[in-house]
Design a protein around this ligand. Structure first.
Ligand code: ARG
Length: 272
């Protein structure tokens, strides 16, 4: 009896093993619906010169924050893509894009015909204009008054372009700085008589640095500018995703919400 039962047990064990073996291929045959582990989602690297509050700056924790960051994060969410922001000096930023070190740029970048030759822009997402910052007691009342003075700009910006046109590209009276805050510091210490930069940044700086005693001077000769997100020339695939996401956040109120959060009022109709 013992012999018989042990044989029976052995037989049962063998049968169970056989069953398991047979079951294994069936289980793996059901697996193909799961994503292959190698296909990790692409993380798009976004370059930004984070010294341009309120558009992009670094907070106390070193995190990159601002209007541009919130806009791109919202766009990415709609587009179903993952993004990572990397602080990138303005002076090399367009090269970084051309060389593929960055997939996308958000940096309060004005869409210009010249830049369009070397990169592709999204639909515009912000209206801007140049604005002059001077000391509160300055007699400067219009852009033309800067002709014979020392003027600070951030190198290679649209502010640099207009001032170079007024004073002369090679004139030593045009003082070029690596960042806009550095130019404004120089105005505070008296090294330059004025700074010309984007209105949003100048207004933000003057309001948040009351000790500097600045005022702003507007001038009707400054032409309207619009910011765009930039991709490498020919990267139609990413540009399409970005434009779709941008259209979505403009349509569903997300854009307005972000805008109001930073600028206190609803945006002008032009960018919508
Ligand atoms: N809008 C200006 C331009 O495109 C200045 C942009 C500077 N942006 C920055 N993050 N520093 O030339």
């Amino acid at each position: 009896f013992l012999k018989t039962s042990s044989l029976l047990i052995a037989g049962l064990v063998l049968a169970a093993c056989g069953k398991q073996e047979a079951a294994a291929p069936a289980a793996s045959a059901a697996a193909p619906s799961a994503p292959p582990p190698a296909a990790a989602a692409k993380v798009y690297v976004v370059g930004t010169d984070a010294a341009y509050a309120p558009f992009e700056s670094q907070n106390e924790k070193g995190e990159i924050v601002g209007f541009d960051i919130d806009v791109v994060s919202a766009v990415a969410k709609k587009a179903g893509i993952e993004v990572k922001f990397v602080n990138t000096p303005w002076e090399g930023i367009f090269n970084n894009l051309a060389q593929g070190d960055r997939d996308l740029l958000v940096s309060a970048i004005t869409i210009t015909d010249e830049r369009k030759q070397t990169m592709d822009f999204s639909a515009p997402y912000f209206d801007a204009q140049q604005l002059i910052a001077v000391k509160a007691d300055s007699k400067i009342a219009k852009f033309d008054d800067l002709k014979k003075l020392k003027v600070g700009v951030q190198t290679g910006t649209t502010g640099d372009e207009v001032v170079s046109k007024l004073i002369g590209k090679t004139s030593t009276a045009v003082k070029r700085f690596e960042s806009t805050p550095l130019a404004l510091k120089e105005l505070e210490s008296g090294g330059v008589d004025a700074v010309v930069a984007d209105n949003g940044v100048v207004i933000h700086y003057v309001a948040n640095n009351t000790g500097a005693q600045f005022k702003t001077v507007a001038d009707a000769s400054f032409t309207p500018e619009q910011y765009g997100l930039a991709v490498k020339k020919g990267n139609a695939e990413l540009l399409e995703k970005i434009n779709k996401g941008l259209a979505d956040i403009k349509a569903d109120g997300t854009y307005d919400k972000i805008y109001t959060q930073y600028f206190g009022a609803a945006p002008a109709a032009a960018v919508k």
